[in-house]
Ligand binder design. Structure first.
Ligand SMILES: N[C@@H](CCC(=O)N[C@@H](CS)C(=O)NCC(=O)O)C(=O)O
Length: 234
């Protein structure tokens, strides 16, 4: 294929990371352009229907929504990540959809204002994880020995939770969710996952948490950051 896709991105976006994992896992040659979501350029606002990243620019076409981008890449390129069985493939797509609200909870954790709010959101996420725990049997990936689109979809979520956990609060409950914990540990060790963010991700993510001024930012070393006059999501 002689078209080189370009991913329009924000350095800290988990939905972008999901697409990057698929691009890399499928060995697709791609370009990436980072934008500032706090001050998006006019060209981006014009072409992004929801004003969100990621976008995949394909020749003169714009493809939006990370799941759609990944399905497009799956159809357009070899090294299939979806199972060949029809029912299995549909169920994989269902559990990919399930990762979306979980991702939203990880964002809510970053902005939760109090310890109580943070605990409430974490419990909602854990209840979703109760459902996920019931249906997974990672050996070591979601479908068995082959890395799949489902693995690509959950890795950014696990990565965000891992980063929040490094600041202090326990984000994974290995007694309640032993299979998820095992799956998460395996995914986070994979090179394709490790190489799916910018190299200074942790530093930038902590700066973002600081700007969001949620409860979790109280775990940061405040001497490293300037006072925040106005909270900002990005
Ligand atoms: N459902 C979308 C979600 C994408 C999304 O929420 N992206 C965030 C960054 S992580 C964004 O662009 N937010 C900008 C905004 O909401 O103004 C997808 O899967 O692509």
């Amino acid at each position: 294929m002689n078209i080189k896709p370009k991913l329009v991105s924000f350095k800290l976006c988990p939905f972008v990371q999901k697409a990057v994992i698929v691009l890399r896992q499928k060995n697709i040659d791609y370009d990436i352009e980072y934008i500032d979501l706090a001050d998006p350029a006019d060209w981006f606002v014009k072409i992004s229907p929801f004003g969100k990243v990621p976008l995949l620019l394909w020749d003169k076409e714009v493809i939006f929504e990370s799941n759609v981008i990944n399905e497009f890449l799956e159809e357009a390129f070899p090294n299939k990540l979806h199972p060949s069985d029809l029912i299995k493939r549909a169920k994989n797509r269902s559990w990919i959809e399930f990762s979306g609200p979980c991702m939203t909870h990880s964002f809510e954790l970053s902005i939760a204002e109090t310890k109580e709010n943070f605990g409430d959101v974490l419990e909602v996420l854990n209840q979703r994880f109760d459902q996920l725990e019931e249906i997974i049997n990672p050996q070591p990936y979601f479908n068995g020995t082959e890395f799949s689109m489902v693995d690509a979809s959950y890795a950014p979520l696990f990565h965000r939770l891992h980063c929040l956990g490094e600041l202090g609060p326990a984000m994974f409950d290995s007694a309640r969710h032993p299979k998820i914990t095992q799956w998460k540990n395996h995914l986070l060790q994979q090179e394709v996952v490790k190489n799916s963010t910018v190299s200074n991700f942790t530093e930038l993510y902590r700066e973002l948490l600081w700007k969001r001024q949620g409860y979790i930012s109280s775990f940061l070393d405040s001497s490293l950051y300037s006072p925040v006059e106005r909270k900002s999501h990005y």
